[in-house]
Design a protein around this ligand. Structure first.
Ligand SMILES: Nc1ncnc2c1ncn2[C@@H]1O[C@H](COP(=O)(O)OP(=O)(O)OP(=O)(O)O)[C@@H](O)[C@H]1O
Ligand SMILES: [Mg+2]
Length: 257
């Protein structure tokens, strides 16, 4: 049976496993609404995550996934008009993107944004200019041997998969409390997807709290603990990743898989 928005509140209360002893989740998004100019896009999204959990944020093209991630990262567009966001007891809804980054929100956007003209290593070092720092270069290269081999190569000349590795590595080079991965497998050949998947698995083992947006829903759901499906800027399902994998009706209606 589908769980729709109007029953969502009940479901959040019913599956209330994400609250810590203090009664607060590690990460919590409460009824956020955001706009691109006059366009009302994120229409009341709520999420809860425990420390170390992975959430798959799914939905059709144009459902509002990227907009939700951008709102969480406190990028100016879309503008958050209403709602609250908390990470580890700190409010984010009243912060700018650079402050959210300081508090540990790291967004790896769909287009990866590798800085042109800079080598792999320079891209990594640049993200460590601002405090607080995350992983040292040595540790990054241990986890990403392909980047170590290519440390002097210009970042934009890397293959798509390598650029995705660099984008993730750059996020880890800063202190990360919540990693936001927007379509990390997009445009990559299956064999490269497997490599990125193994990196995401390592991230999971390290206990980094993560939200992953993916068109490849099955791949994301296999890694995720929880799943939220959005449609037209609203939550239409919230539950465990397993429930989505097991619910064909839900997958047919919202995910086309
Ligand atoms: N800068 C913008 N200005 C106006 N509308 C926008 C802007 N960016 C996105 N939108 C609109 O917001 C809606 C949600 O877009 P969003 O990019 O969040 O979807 P998505 O779920 O990430 O889709 P996809 O799976 O295709 O990446 C879409 O209707 C889109 O056209
Ligand atoms: Mg998107």
């Amino acid at each position: 049976m589908l769980t729709r928005t109007d029953t969502n509140e009940l479901q959040f209360q019913g599956t209330d496993v994400s609250m810590s002893e203090t009664g607060q989740s590690f990460f919590s998004v409460r009824d956020i609404h955001s706009y691109y100019g006059e366009s009302y896009i994120v229409q009341g999204i709520s999420l809860e995550l425990n420390e170390g959990e992975i959430l798959a944020l799914l939905g059709r093209n144009g459902a509002g996934k990227t907009s939700t991630m951008r709102t969480i990262a406190r990028v100016d567009d879309p503008a958050l008009q209403r709602g609250e966001i908390y990470l580890n007891g700190e409010s984010l809804h009243d912060k700018k993107a650079w402050q959210a980054a300081q508090l540990g929100i790291q967004l790896v956007p769909e287009d990866r944004r590798i800085i042109g003209g800079l080598t792999v290593e320079e891209n990594l070092v640049l993200s460590q200019v601002a405090e607080p720092k995350g992983w040292e270069l040595e540790r990054i290269y241990e986890h990403f041997p392909r980047l170590a081999e290519r440390r002097t190569q210009i970042g934009t000349t890397l293959s798509g998969g390598e650029q995705q590795m660099l984008a993730v590595a750059r996020a880890l080079a800063r202190e990360v409390k919540l990693l936001l991965l927007d379509e990390p497998y997009e445009g990559l050949a299956p064999v490269i997807v497997q490599e990125i998947e193994s990196i995401v698995r390592q991230i999971k083992e390290l206990g980094i709290t993560t939200i992953i947006v993916e068109q490849n829903a099955v791949a994301a759901l296999k890694l995720a603990d929880k799943a939220v499906i959005v449609d037209m800027g609203e939550v239409v399902f919230s539950g465990s990743a397993r429930e989505v994998l097991d619910n064909e009706e839900l997958r047919n209606e919202y995910l086309a898989i």
